[in-house]
Design a protein around this ligand. Structure first.
Ligand SMILES: C[S@@+](CC[C@H](N)C(=O)[O-])C[C@H]1O[C@@H](n2cnc3c(N)ncnc32)[C@H](O)[C@@H]1O
Length: 223
């Protein structure tokens, strides 16, 4: 599916969702690198899932698994409705089995290890756009790296986001903002995750810090 068709649908969605220029980055990345096993952490109403699935459709191959919390039900529209509007639902599995995607990742890792398989063969691209909180996303990137295939990419949105400036209200998903220390409120958590846990991880060969807001990390190719 062409990018502009995906854009038209996402532009009509209420938030939260990535903006069209970010959607374009994801779409172009998928057209260029042709991942077939894509994982998204943070679905909401399916905006970024539309950009990802549209690129997979244009490639003619690939599936997206998009995970969100069972605690939250987005409506008007739901992610399923959004994807059906553009005829992309057949390319996407929506998973809300657990309260948090870190548990989804734990189960994935466990299943691969139980089968005696290499967990580092599960996904070619993992897009993280969820909690924006150190404890959740710090663990998420550690687990995501274990599941990422050699040469695969981890993409993180919102590196500059912080609770003081950007949270929607007194509670941001599971976090009571007033319960955070001033430092925790002011510090962009995902910046810390990217700089301290991703950039320093020797499993990644290539790191791109894009306009202070998106982080890209490519896992080393198999030797
Ligand atoms: C910014 S929205 C995602 C927007 C979506 N990627 C898009 O561009 O259309 C963040 C999503 O992450 C989900 N989320 C936050 N913390 C989570 C967690 N620990 N586990 C699972 N989902 C979580 C929220 O429910 C919300 O739907």
């Amino acid at each position: 599916m062409e990018f502009e068709l995906a854009r038209a649908v996402v532009d009509e969605l209420p938030g939260p969702h990535i903006r069209a220029h970010r959607g374009r980055m994801l779409y172009d990345h998928i057209r260029q690198w042709r991942p077939t096993r894509v994982l998204e952490l943070g679905t909401a109403r399916g905006g970024s899932a539309v950009f990802i699935a549209a690129a997979l459709r244009a490639n003619g191959a690939g599936r997206l698994t998009s995970v969100d919390s069972c605690r939250r039900e987005w409506k008007e529209p739901s992610a399923q409705e959004t994807l059906e509007r553009v005829d992309l639902a057949d390319l996407v599995v929506l998973d809300r089995s657990f309260s948090t995607y870190t548990w989804f990742l734990k189960v994935q890792l466990e299943q691969h290890l139980k089968k005696g398989g290499d967990p580092a063969s599960a996904y070619d691209l993992i897009f993280l756009d969820g909690a924006k909180e150190w404890s959740v996303d710090g663990l998420a990137v550690v687990l995501a790296e274990r599941l990422l295939a050699p040469g695969g990419w981890l993409v993180m949105d919102d590196l500059g986001w912080n609770f003081e400036k950007h949270s929607y209200g007194p509670r941001h998903y599971e976090v009571e903002v007033s319960g955070l220390s001033e430092t925790e409120r002011r510090t962009p958590h995902l910046r810390a995750v990217f700089d301290l846990l991703v950039k320093t991880n020797p499993a990644f060969a290539r790191l791109i810090d894009e306009d202070g807001w998106w982080g890209w990390a490519q896992k080393k190719e198999a030797s």
